[in-house]
Design a protein. Structure first.
Length: 219
């Protein structure tokens, strides 16, 4: 995982932890929340891996039961080892495996972010996440006005907070930090939307960012 990608996800988790107006947080507050966010990530990763492990054990038990209860093995002498038998269908197993792959990938990603953040050699992760937060502190009215301007027919206060935070991070990078490629900023905002929000949110965020780019002459 690239350090900037980890920083964006960490910034998103950081924004989700704010319980008051962002301008009321000091840099020490931000660092404390980042530490808390990393602990949350690590805890979530651990929980997800436990779920994945439980699903794997459940699948193995079902396969073992199916094998033991197959007519070929029911007719074998007591104490004899079971003979492997063909499974009747692959669809159920494939679906379960896809679920576990998705869980495992999210858990590994969370652990990578936690590792990036805690390694001294990767201070860029924490520093860039804090830079995003501090830049939003300075320009929060301008950033939110960009969202309000292009989110026509939407009540800003009723927008999903996750969507607003993803947009805030991307707009901060596009309009104020300006040291990351525009396509990377947009693509990674959409990845956050796909991971944490809905298909509708993905389309909504893509539409808003496209308008921000065009109207601010960033193309």
């Amino acid at each position: 995982m690239q350090a900037r990608r980890a920083a964006r996800e960490l910034a998103f988790i950081l924004f989700s932890q704010f319980e008051k107006n962002i301008t009321n947080y000091s840099k020490n507050d931000l660092e404390d929340i980042i530490l808390k966010s990393v602990r949350i990530l690590s805890g979530n990763a651990s929980d997800e891996l436990k779920i994945s492990l439980g699903a794997l054990i459940d699948m193995k038990n079902k396969i073992n039961d199916y094998e033991a209860e197959h007519e070929i093995n029911l007719n074998r002498p007591i104490g004899a080892s079971n003979i492997p038998v063909p499974l009747p269908t692959t669809s159920d197993m494939s679906g379960r495996i896809d679920e576990m792959i998705d869980i495992a990938e999210k858990a590994l990603l969370a652990l990578e972010i936690a590792e990036f953040t805690t390694l001294d050699s990767q201070n860029e992760v924490k520093s860039y996440a804090i830079q995003i937060a501090e830049t939003f502190q300075k320009h929060h009215d301008a950033v939110d006005n960009e969202i309000k301007k292009y989110a026509k027919n939407w009540d800003f206060e009723r927008l999903v907070k996750m969507d607003k935070d993803i947009l805030r991070i991307a707009i901060v990078e596009l309009l104020f930090i300006k040291d990351a490629p525009m396509k990377v900023v947009v693509d990674e905002a959409l990845e956050l939307a796909k991971k944490y929000s809905t298909d509708d949110s993905y389309l909504f965020i893509n539409g808003i960012l496209a308008k921000v780019i065009v109207e601010n002459g960033l193309q």
